[in-house]
Structure formats: structure tokens, C-alpha cells
Write a protein that binds this ligand. Structure first.
Ligand code: GLA
Length: 407
């Protein structure tokens, strides 16, 4: 009898307790569409403080970005002060004199969410204290401050195993109990798309972006990459992404100095990739053109489509690429990307194309079905797929369309 009860208890524990105590969990459902927000690094680098973060939050609201969906205000590297004698981390008292809890309260009072940054190694990339050996303690601290998003970097990790290190922090966040979007910033070195899905909501696929359309910056031991270089590195990765687990081609450089055509192409391609849309510019001082790009709701809707299918390169015609992204209700986005510097005329005969996507299982046969075409930057209907599409696409620019089946 006693033995039977013990066996019974063991079975009950296996069924009910172990699934809730095992590693590899995350807060589910926090990123059913790619996260949208802002991050300090691309514009401010280490020069962050609470005043800037508050002003950014205000500007996100006043510019219409919050209404467009940008919710997370993420502080990147260099917010840190020292650890105290018990190992608890504190913000830099000069830069964040009111403390993180007060800042989170301010951000939350505006209907926004606050993100923070740490590193799996001894130190962050900016040389501040990393979380190694303090993971559970840091996760508790972030929860007590009211943090909603953690970007977790990969500097000073020596021989650490990436999967294991991210699992530890993921588990620490879950144990701390406050729902947090977990952003794995491991630069794609250890193929996080193969193991990140159950740990985090997004993972960087590459090294850092650089504010240029087509360039590579060599820093000696590492490189940073232009928009086209990062785009090319996404090849083959779309099968790993979907609702609640996204490939992250890095934060955006829109509004940081590229010409408007390049910013438009950059933003369009990030939306075709179903990329997290994390703005990286000084949103307190934006040109009208930058606001128009970042808040174009029809282009954002391509990124935020609820099917969560990352787009793919359908065709390359020398420097012209045709990208396709399946959308809900048998619709699709088609984006013509002119990688060249000079304008290009196109005449695109839809009737010559049957677009078949094995990953989503979608087929678009333009002989079988006619589609209405909407130009997402001009915000205008431009005929149907019955006639060839004629257009001129500027250098380093796009023609971005949404196609809807004609009933
Ligand atoms: C790494 C990351 C960047 C940024 C910096 C901060 O380079 O990839 O996105 O967070 O560290 O030091």
C-alpha cells in the first residue's frame, strides 16, 4: 500500500511538477509579433542618463511612435554603477540619481515599458559589471525595479557555452517572476536560432549594425556591418523565426544620418524580415521624413502581420532584388530593392510568375488569381496584377507593395 502511494506520488511529480521546474522556459506570448521600441545604443552609445530616457519616452508619445506600436524604451550599455558588498547591482548614481524603480514608474505611467541591458560575461562590452555569477540576483533586482525587457550581450564570456549561459539567465528571469522579453545578443556566433526559441523572444543574427547602407567597418578584432551586408547574412534563417521567437538583424539606424531613400529601404527590408523594430535615433529631434518612415502604419503592418512569416528573396535580377512576405488572408507584400546607386526602370510582368513558398506552404499564381496592388510608401492603389507593373525605383531605394486577392 505504502509502496503504491509512493509510486503514485512519483508519477504525479513527473506529470505536474517537473515540467514547471525544468530549464528552457520563457515567458510565453510576450512577442507574438516582433517587439517594437527604442534603444539608446545606436545614437547615444555610453552617454545615457535618466533625463535623456525620460525625454525620449515623451518624444515617443508626442511623435506618434507610441501609437504606431513602439512600446519598449530600452537602456543599453553603461547605465551601471557598482555592485554592493552583497553583490547587488546599482545604477550609476550620477547618471540615474533617482534610481531605476523611479524611472520604470515614470515610463509605466506613460503606458510604455522599460528595458535594460546586461551581459553573460564578467563585464559588458562597455566594461561595466556583467551578470556572470550574479544571474539570479540580477533577475530579482530587475524584477524589483519593474523591468520589462532584457537585452543580454556576449562580451567577456571567455570559454562560456552560449546555450548554457542564456539558459541560466532565462531561467533566472522566469524564477524572478516578472514577465520580461528576453533578447539574446550573441551576434549569431553560436547559431542561437537553433537553440534560442525556448529561451528568448529574439536573437541577434549578426554583429553590430553600422550607420551606412553598403559598407563594412573593420575594427580589427571585429567588424560592423551596413544595411545590405546584414540583409545578406539573413539568408537561410527564416525557417527559425515565428511568433514569439524572432531573428533580430539588429536595431535600426533610421534617422541617424543616412539619406531618406536609404532609411526608407532599410526600414522596408526590416519589415520584410519580420524584424524587431527597435529605433536607434534621437527621437527628440527627428525630421518630418524620419517620422514618416518610422510611423508608416501600412509598412509596419507588414512587419507585424500576425502570421509571423519572415520574408524571403524571391528573385535577383543583377542589382535588383524582389522580396516576398506572405501575409494574412492570402495577401502578400512584395518589395523591389534597388541595391544599385542609380535609378532603375522596371516592367514586371506578373503573369510570368508563380511564387511558391515551401516554408509557409503558400503559392501565389498570378495567372490563376488577380491581385489589387497598393503602394505602401505612396499610400495609393496602383492597379492590379493583370497588367505589367511599370515603375522607376531610385538608387538605394525600394518599391514596396501589398497585394490583395481580387474577390
Ligand atoms: C555590443 C552589442 C551592441 C551594444 C554594445 C554595447 O556590441 O552588440 O548592440 O549593445 O555591445 O556595448
Amino acid at each position: 500500500m505504502v509502496r503504491k502511494s509512493i509510486n503514485y506520488l512519483i508519477v504525479i511529480s513527473i506529470i505536474f511538477i517537473i515540467p514547471f521546474t525544468s530549464y528552457g522556459q520563457k515567458f510565453k506570448g510576450l512577442a507574438l509579433t516582433p517587439p517594437m521600441g527604442w534603444n539608446s545604443w545606436n545614437h547615444f552609445a555610453c552617454d545615457v542618463n535618466e533625463q535623456i530616457i525620460k525625454e525620449i519616452a515623451d518624444a515617443i508619445i508626442n511623435s506618434g511612435m507610441k501609437d504606431a506600436g513602439y512600446i519598449y524604451i530600452n537602456i543599453d550599455d553603461c547605465w551601471h554603477g557598482q555592485r554592493d558588498s552583497l553583490g547587488f547591482i546599482h545604477p550609476d548614481p550620477q547618471r540615474f540619481p533617482s534610481g531605476m524603480k523611479a524611472l520604470a514608474d515614470y515610463i509605466h505611467s506613460k503606458g510604455l515599458k522599460l528595458g535594460i541591458y546586461s551581459d553573460a560575461g564578467w563585464k559588458t562590452c562597455g566594461g561595466r559589471p556583467g551578470s556572470r555569477g550574479h544571474e539570479y540576483q540580477d533577475a530579482l533586482t530587475y524584477a524589483s525595479w519593474g523591468i520589462d525587457y532584457l537585452k543580454y550581450d556576449w562580451c567577456y564570456t571567455d570559454e562560456l557555452n552560449a546555450h548554457g549561459a542564456y539558459l541560466t539567465m532565462g531561467d533566472a528571469l522566469v524564477s524572478a517572476g516578472r514577465p520580461v522579453v528576453f533578447s539574446l545578443c550573441e551576434w549569431g556566433n553560436n547559431k542561437p536560432w537553433e537553440w534560442g526559441k525556448d529561451i528568448g523572444h529574439l536573437w541577434r543574427t549578426t554583429g553590430d549594425i553600422y550607420n551606412c547602407f553598403d559598407c563594412v567597418i573593420d575594427h580589427g578584432t571585429w567588424k560592423s556591418w551596413g544595411v545590405l551586408q546584414i540583409l545578406d547574412m539573413q539568408e537561410g534563417l527564416r525557417v527559425h523565426a515565428g511568433p514569439d521567437h524572432w531573428n533580430d538583424p539588429d536595431m535600426m539606424e533610421v534617422g541617424n544620418g543616412m539619406p531618406v531613400n536609404e532609411d526608407r529601404a532599410h526600414f522596408s527590408m526590416w519589415c520584410m524580415l519580420a524584424a524587431p523594430l527597435i529605433a536607434g535615433n534621437d527621437v527628440r529631434k527627428m525630421t518630418k521624413e524620419t517620422v514618416e518612415i518610422l510611423t508608416n502604419s501600412e509598412v509596419i503592418a507588414v512587419d507585424q502581420d500576425s502570421m509571423g512569416i519572415q520574408g524571403f528573396k524571391y528573385q535577383t535580377i543583377d542589382s535588383l532584388e524582389v522580396w516576398v512576405k506572405p501575409l494574412v488572408k492570402n495577401q502578400l507584400a512584395v518589395c523591389f530593392l534597388n541595391r544599385g546607386k542609380t535609378p532603375r526602370e522596371i516592367s514586371y510582368d506578373w503573369s510570368k510568375h508563380v511564387i511558391k513558398d515551401d516554408f509557409s506552404g503558400m503559392t501565389y499564381d498570378f495567372n490563376q488569381k488577380e491581385y489589387r496592388i497598393r503602394n505602401l510608401w505612396l499610400k495609393k492603389e496602383t492597379g492590379t496584377t493583370r497588367k505589367p507593373l511599370k515603375s522607376t525605383i531610385g538608387g538605394h531605394d525600394v518599391l514596396m507593395l501589398r497585394l490583395t486577392p481580387v474577390k
